[in-house]
Design a protein around this ligand. Structure first.
Ligand code: SAM
Ligand code: SF4
Length: 331
């Protein structure tokens, strides 16, 4: 089997696919209060197109897919799409990133499908602070989802975007949760992908500051072994059931082992989170490309994968500044 390999010898085995650009929340770090300019429905990839792209990529070595958005559960028939995707026997893992506000009624169905991990985004454990961050009053529903997922057979990870002065006083509470709860909490460095570029993103709550802060309160923290291509550096407080990790999304110290590509909801292929998109796969398909054409295309465009996120950012031509909303990129 021909495999997707970039010019640095990195094998690409992980696709992040945004199934929509729409969202039911308005997280301050992701988009402005009025939302973003969503695209016309016909500009979105259809489920059939997404299935086909995933199938072709899986025949080139992609064995792991993360479905994200926007909020994936906002899109009609998303669960049916998951069923469809479960038939792809080349995939070892189908994971989902969600804000959790719409999924509680789907959890038992998800348990019957080939779903690996659910990453649940929850940036505060306090109802008022949560509402301030997301601009929506859905904390109770999201926390209910958290508890249902914990009881389910699905693997759970929590995503917490670390926002200076907004939820940094809660980081220790999140670590505290892992005492009796067997899941992973991952702290994500905030990036400027917020749909306006107007929010000041300070690097001060970066990886080093986060771990230093946690270490001053917990004396016995041990690093735990992670996959080479893991997005987070992971730790455990001695005696705690769960673990916590830090994703250096903005300081980009993990790019060297990157095995990921992205496809946005409009079919834009991205070699890196920080690039502007290198090719529109949707247009190529709609112009009649065959599966072999798609294979040749993917094999050649991953060769252009930049060494790291700083190079990708420097290569941007249209919008020099990184300011598009994460909901259009697929975080
Ligand atoms: N709506 C889903 C959710 O929130 O989980 C999936 C899409 S969201 C864009 C994917 C992930 O990106 C979430 O965990 C979110 O917190 C994170 N994210 C969004 N904007 C970000 C930013 N500016 N910096 C860091 N992480 C961000
Ligand atoms: Fe929506 Fe997720 Fe962005 Fe929040 S982070 S606005 S939930 S897409």
């Amino acid at each position: 089997m021909e495999r997707l390999t970039d010019k640095f010898g990195r094998q690409i085995s992980y696709l992040r696919l945004a199934v929509t650009d729409r969202c039911n929340l308005r997280c301050q770090y992701c988009m402005p209060a009025r939302g973003i300019d969503i695209v016309d429905r016909k500009e979105l990839l259809t489920y059939k197109e997404m299935y086909r792209i995933t199938r072709v990529l899986s025949e080139l070595g992609v064995n792991k897919v993360r479905l994200t958005g926007g909020e994936p559960f906002v899109r009609k028939d998303f669960v049916k799409f998951l069923e469809m995707l479960s038939f792809n026997d080349q995939l070892d893992e189908i994971n989902i990133t969600t804000n959790g506000a719409l999924i509680s009624k789907h959890i038992s169905k998800l348990e019957t499908l080939n779903i690996g991990t659910i990453n649940l985004s929850i940036d505060s454990l306090n109802r008022e602070n949560f509402a301030k961050i997301t601009r929506r009053d859905v904390f109770d529903e999201v926390y209910k989802t958290l508890e249902s997922l914990e009881e389910s057979s699905l693997q759970l990870k929590l995503n917490v975007v670390v926002q200076s002065g907004v939820n940094t006083h809660e980081l220790l509470d999140f670590v505290g949760l892992t005492k009796h709860k067997n899941f992973a909490v991952r702290f994500i460095e905030e990036m400027p992908f917020n749909g306006t570029g107007k929010r000041a993103t300070k690097e001060n709550w970066n990886y080093t500051k986060i771990i230093d802060h946690i270490e001053t309160h917990y004396a016995t923290i041990h690093p735990i072994k992670s996959h080479k291509s893991s997005t987070s550096k992971n730790f455990k407080v001695e005696g705690y059931q769960g673990s916590f990790g830090i994703i250096p999304a903005f300081t980009r110290t993990i790019c060297g082992d990157c095995n990921r590509i992205r496809i946005t909801a409009t079919g834009l292929f991205k070699n890196c989170l920080f690039d502007e998109g290198v090719f529109n796969v949707r247009d190529f398909i709609r112009q009649g490309a065959s599966n072999d054409d798609l294979k040749q295309l993917f094999l050649s465009i991953v060769k252009e994968k930049p060494e790291n996120g700083f190079v990708a950012e420097a290569n941007r031509k249209r919008n020099k500044n990184v300011s598009e909303s994460m909901s259009t990129i697929g975080g």
